[in-house]
Write a protein that binds this ligand. Structure first.
Ligand SMILES: Nc1ncnc2c1ncn2[C@@H]1O[C@H](COP(=O)(O)OP(=O)(O)O)[C@@H](O)[C@H]1O
Ligand SMILES: O=C(O)[C@H](O)C(=O)COP(=O)(O)O
Length: 434
């Protein structure tokens, strides 16, 4: 394909099951040298056709924790729109901690995408070593802890209680599941390719990959570059652009992403209850005014609680960032869930934080938004009616600044995965805009 043609067609179309995972993926593709645009919600081909300069298009859905049939329908709509504009390679992105449940959507959506593309095999590569996610003998580790001992076992809506990905995925699909082990990867690309073809011959269509290092990811990216579909966390995406360049699929050269040029008030909204976000909230409470959301009040009279927050935020000096957090410890979460129902609380808080953010943006001029949590961020960007994001520079591993490309006024946004970032993340993110 001539260099000019390479300029025209997106090489890779990505479908992500939550918005923070989508920006995490987009960030890794940008780091690999791709020009990336992220769209929010299942698009149509007409919308995508306008993004002709992008090497990769990332479609950010909110399908991780919804009914499988709805997740499949939104994912296939996105796939069809991407195919209609000529995209031929696809990436289904889910969490590096494989966030799902026994009846979750990773298996069903992967099956649907494989069937729509007519592919016999794909890989499941959640690992992201730079973020401490590795896989060994098919078991997922977060740092030096097994997934089910990492804190993810207490997740409010998808507690991860089994680190064995093969056993866990088998509960979501009846298709053959196999493993490309560390010992298959260590010798190099041809060893991985031989293992994959042996598994394919044996009818194994879903292949979990061990990954202990970035070097393993680079090997896997080269071995999978010809696959029409790959699935995983964002780690593999860091190395795919180079693999595509080596196949002549992607133009050479890289570019420096721009920091958002949005001036104005800063708002931090934390709905994630992960260990990382809880620590970040605790740190930031010492640095700026913080409102701890009263979950029981939200469940009983959300309008009154929202008005209280708007009044409170209106008293804060405009030069100060404002922090609103519903994050809580597992025992407090359990108490609310037993009183009101787990999904009822989850959805009520997502919708409450979304409505609150819209009010603060429209009434008090907040336009630099740092959002913590995948489901939380998805609800907020949907309520703000943001359709597309330009990917900016990385703040920490897996989390970039972004800027809205549409809507009434430009917004600078951080969509932070709950688990990502150090304790001072919120402060560091805002420092970058000074
Ligand atoms: N105090 C709380 N009690 C119960 N559920 C909560 C509380 N605060 C937030 N939640 C819910 O927990 C879920 C957090 O998910 P998410 O935003 O994806 O965070 P993460 O990125 O850590 O997974 C959301 O559904 C949110 O509404
Ligand atoms: O951890 C990842 O791979 C992604 O950044 C992600 O999917 C995060 O989802 P979360 O719900 O924000 O933890």
């Amino acid at each position: 394909m001539s260099e000019k043609n390479l300029e025209r067609n997106a090489v890779l179309g990505c479908i992500a099951d939550d918005v923070t995972g989508a920006t995490d993926l987009a960030n890794n593709l940008v780091q690999g040298g791709m020009r990336v645009v992220q769209v929010l919600g299942a698009p149509d081909a007409k919308t995508l056709a306008r993004l002709s300069e992008a090497d990769a298009i990332v479609v950010a859905l909110k399908t991780r924790s919804i009914l499988a049939q709805d997740a499949i329908s939104q994912s296939l709509k996105s796939l069809n729109a991407l195919r209609e504009i000529g995209v031929a390679r696809f990436y289904f992105k889910y969490c590096s901690t494989f966030d799902s449940t026994e009846h979750g959507n990773i298996g069903p959506v992967s099956e649907a995408l494989m069937d729509a593309l007519g592919v016999e095999q794909t890989v499941f590569c959640p690992a992201f070593p730079r973020a401490g996610r590795t896989v060994y003998h098919g078991h997922l580790f977060v740092g030096d802890s097994l997934l089910n001992e990492s804190g993810m076992q207490s997740h409010p809506i998808n507690p991860m209680t089994d680190a064995n990905l093969i056993r866990f995925l088998a509960k979501q699909t009846s298709r053959g599941i196999g493993l490309v082990s560390y010992d298959d990867i260590r010798p190099g690309v041809s060893s991985v390719e031989e293992r994959l073809s042996r598994l394919r011959r044996d009818g194994v269509s879903m292949v979990v990959t061990d990954t202990c290092s970035d070097e393993n990811l680079a090997t896997l990216a080269s071995a999978c570059a010809s696959m029409p579909l790959v699935t995983g966390g964002s780690g593999l995406a860091h190395f795919l652009p180079d693999a595509y360049r080596k196949c002549g699929l992607l133009r050479s050269g890289t570019f420096a992403p721009e920091i958002p040029s949005v001036k104005g008030r800063s708002l931090i909204v934390a709905g994630s209850c992960s260990k990382a976000t809880t620590a970040q909230v605790k740190y930031m409470q010492e640095k700026c005014p913080c409102y701890a959301v009263d979950v029981a009040a939200v469940m009983e009279d959300d309008a009154a609680e929202l008005e209280k927050i708007v009044q409170w935020a209106g008293q804060v000096d405009v030069s100060q960032p404002v922090l609103i957090a519903s994050s809580a410890a597992p025992d407090k979460i359990a108490e609310m869930q037993s009183r009101f129902g787990a999904m009822e609380v989850a959805l009520a808080i997502e919708n409450f934080l979304a409505a609150t953010t819209v009010r603060l943006v429209s009434d008090l001029g907040f336009n630099r938004l740092v959002l913590a949590g995948g489901e939380t961020s998805g609800a907020i960007v949907r309520e703000l009616s943001i359709g597309a994001l330009k990917i900016g520079p990385e703040i920490c591993t897996g989390v970039p600044w972004t800027e809205s490309l549409d809507g009434e006024r430009p917004l600078a946004l951080v969509l932070k995965s709950g688990n990502f970032g150090g304790v001072g993340f919120f402060e560091s993110a805002l420092e970058m805009l000074k």
